[in-house]
Design a protein around this ligand. Sequence first.
Ligand SMILES: [Zn+2]
Length: 436
Amino acid sequence: MIRRNNPVLGFVLIALGACSHPAAGENNGNSLDIFCGTLIDGETDSPKHQVLVRIVDGRFAEVMADASREGPYDLDLRDHICLPGLIDLHTHLTDQPGDTADLSVYYQRSQEDQLVIARESARATLLAGFTSVRDVGTYIAWTDRALRDEINSGSAIGPRMQAAGFYLTVPGGGGDLVIPGYAEESIPVSVRQGVARGSEAFADRTRLAAEGGADVIKVIASGAVLAFGGVPGEPEMTPEELAAVVEVASARGLRVAAHAHGARSVIEAIEAGVTTIEHASLIDEAGMRLAKEKGVTLVMDVYNGDYIAREGREQNWPEEFLRKNDETTEAQRQAFSRAVELGVPIAFGSDSAVYPHGLNARQFSIMVQRGMTPMQAIKSATTQAARTMGWEDRVGRVAPGLYADLIAVREDPLKDIASLERVSAVIKNGVVYRAP
Ligand SMILES: [Zn+2]
């Protein structure tokens, strides 16, 4: 159930007073008129001014520039800049950063315990302005699906989600939760659902994910930073295994997201037909050119290296993780700059869970420092992200027919992109979750 005593919703309901805007989670038959001083619509490069955004039944019905300032409006954002709800293509809403210090907590927790954490993360993410996410892996299998279903039914507050169900990974690979000092027999099967070796086994695990209700398939192609024993630059899955996953996934209309730091794995994953390369820290020139040629999107989590280096050390994360983070952070940022120069498609993905949920937007500043214009960075988290998810007809733009997901900030993000870290209004599906 929506918690009616929720302080933010309570505030919003009071702030909006007598107007007939929809209560949380309900939007049937309701309309909401919003006045935006400026609108960055996610589609065009030039912002519109004095815009009336009319929402009917949870969708944008009308977007009219140069509207009268008179109103009346249900939500008056004349001092604000409105944007489409933001999209993060790389979250792990079910997990949290503090647990990286001791991953064995996932051996002990029940799915219900994990969901209690996940609901808070989902709520923080939505209130930070991220109205859609692609959630690319959870340690306790299917916790992401449970969270997605709760959000869709209105019993939890959070972004629209695409869920992966579990990681597809080789034994001991970046998505396999083996921890030094723990015998394999003592590890619960719930954290090893997607562990496979060989094309047939990977095809089988992919079918399991698809039939269980995954929206996207996540493979760990190369070694990982935050896992024991893996080498980020080295392949873990073979080209044949990657191809087997893509074949099963695409036959079921699902896209594949490939975790790949190493240059060789990046190329092998692209050639296998994946839709996105996650991290791409050590991608080379050939990989970038191939990604551009094939229209494969890079999802480069260029902020969290700073968080790991500082907070991870404070929290005593395993030394091996900290070392691998140091080895990939700057390399990834340089690769990001080059990929921007070359015009490779790049979509916003933060790897939140590595750092706290709700701070997703911190990544925008690094993206702009490393070569994107503020408008490119905004599009990476709106139109580009929506296209990459296959949701371009639902989200990512403020245009009639799309879901009414809208945010507002006080300062112009085209002048200072960090203003996206201070979102003052959040509307999802025509429901106001945060208002100034
Ligand atoms: Zn991740």
